[in-house]
Design a protein around this ligand. Structure first.
Ligand code: GDP
Length: 295
C-alpha cells in the first residue's frame, strides 16, 4: 500500500542524512522532494504545495536547524501533517438510530455492494448488531442477485422488491420491515452509474431525503486517484455525506485519493476496503496510515 510514496519520502529524507551540518538549503531541498513525492502519488498540486509550505513554516518555527536531530524532527512534522491531511482523528460511525439507517452511495464498480456486505458483517460480528441489507438497484437484476450472494455468505437477511421500480418506496418499506422484525441497522445499497449523471443524482437525492439516514457513506475506488476526488465532490454537493469509504486499497494505488479527499470535501474517511473477501474491511486510522507511509 502506497509503497512508491513511502520509497520516495524515504529518499527525500536521505538528503538530510547525507549532510554533517544541516542548512536551510538542505531542508528546502528535502521538502521539494517531499512535494514531488506527493505529486507522484497523484495528490492535487495545491494540496501538495500547501502541505510543504505548512511543514516548512513549522520547521522554521521550531528552529529545526538547531535541534539535535533535525532530520528526525522533520520526519515527525511530515508525519503529523500527513495525519492531518488524512483527517486527523479516527472518525466513528453513528449507530444512534432505531433502527440506524445507512445509505451507500457511489459509482457503479466502486465496491458499494461488496462494502455493504463487509459493513453488515462488521456490525454483526464486531458490534453485536442485527443488520438488514436492502437492494435498491432497480436497473440491474444482477446487482440484486449479487447482494443476495453477499448476504448469504455472511448470514445477513436481504430485503428486495424485484417488481418495484421505485427505490424510495423500497427503502421506506425496508425500514418498516426492519422495525417490525427487530433489525437495528438498515444498510441501503443504491444503484450506481459508470459516471456522475443527473438522473442518478436525482434518484439518490430523493432516497436520501425520504429516509433521512443517520449515515450517508460515499464509496470510492482508491485506484482512481484524482477522479475519485472529483466524484467525491459531485456526490458531496448533492448529499452532504457523512464519510468516505475508500475501497481497493490492496491494489496498486498511489495514494492520491486517500491524501486529497479530506481537504476537498472536508469529510473523514471512515473505513477502507482491502480485498474482495467479507473480512477485508478496516476502520481508517489516519495516524497509523501516516506511520505506515513513512515506514
Ligand atoms: P458496485 O458496483 O459499486 O456495487 O461494486 P461491487 O461491490 O460490485 O465491486 C466491484 C468489483 O470490485 C467486484 O469485483 C469486487 O469484488 C471488487 N472489490 C470491491 N471492493 C474491493 C476491495 O477492497 N479490494 C479489491 N481488490 N476488490 C474489491
Amino acid at each position: 500500500m502506497f509503497d512508491n510514496l513511502s520509497d520516495k519520502l524515504d529518499k527525500a529524507f536521505h538528503i538530510l542524512k547525507g549532510h554533517g551540518k544541516i542548512t536551510e538549503v538542505n531542508v528546502a531541498e528535502t521538502l521539494k522532494e517531499v512535494r514531488r513525492a506527493l505529486l507522484d502519488a497523484d495528490v492535487n498540486f495545491k494540496i501538495a504545495k500547501d502541505f510543504t509550505n505548512t511543514v516548512k513554516e513549522k520547521a522554521l518555527g521550531q528552529d529545526v536547524l538547531t535541534t539535535l536531530q533535525p532530520g528526525q524532527l522533520l520526519v515527525k512534522l511530515v508525519k503529523d501533517e500527513l495525519t492531518e491531511l488524512m483527517g486527523g482523528d479516527v472518525a466513528g460511525i453513528n449507530l444512534s438510530g432505531n433502527p440506524t439507517v445507512i445509505l451507500m452511495s457511489g459509482l457503479q464498480g466502486s465496491g458499494k455492494t461488496t462494502f455493504s456486505g463487509k459493513l453488515a458483517n462488521y456490525l454483526l460480528t464486531k458490534k453485536n448488531k442485527k443488520p438488514l441489507l436492502v437492494a435498491c438497484d432497480i436497473y440491474r437484476p444482477a446487482a440484486i442477485q449479487q447482494l443476495y450472494v453477499v448476504g448469504d455468505s455472511i448470514g445477513v437477511e436481504v430485503y428486495s422488491e424485484p417488481e418495484n421500480k421505485n427505490p424510495v418506496e423500497i427503502a421506506q418499506n425496508a425500514i418498516k420491515h426492519a422495525k417490525a422484525k427487530g433489525f437495528d441497522v438498515v444498510i441501503v445499497d443504491t444503484a450506481g452509474r459508470l459516471a456522475v449523471d443527473t438522473e442518478m443524482m436525482n434518484e439518490i437525492s430523493r432516497v436520501h431525503k425520504a429516509i433521512q439516514p443517520q449515515e450517508t457513506l460515499f464509496v470510492v475506488d482508491a485506484m482512481t486517484g484524482q477522479d475519485a476526488v472529483n466524484t467525491a465532490k459531485a456526490f458531496n454537493d448533492i448529499l452532504n455525506f457523512d464519510g468516505v469509504i475508500l475501497t481497493k486499497l490492496d491494489g496498486d494505488t498511489r495514494g492520491g485519493a486517500a491524501l486529497s479527499i479530506k481537504t476537498v470535501v472536508n469529510k473523514p474517511i471512515k473505513f477502507v476496503g482491502t480485498g474482495e473477501k467479507m473480512e477485508a474491511i478496516d476502520v481508517f486510522y489516519p495516524v497509523r496510515m501516516a506511520e505506515r507511509i513513512l515506514g
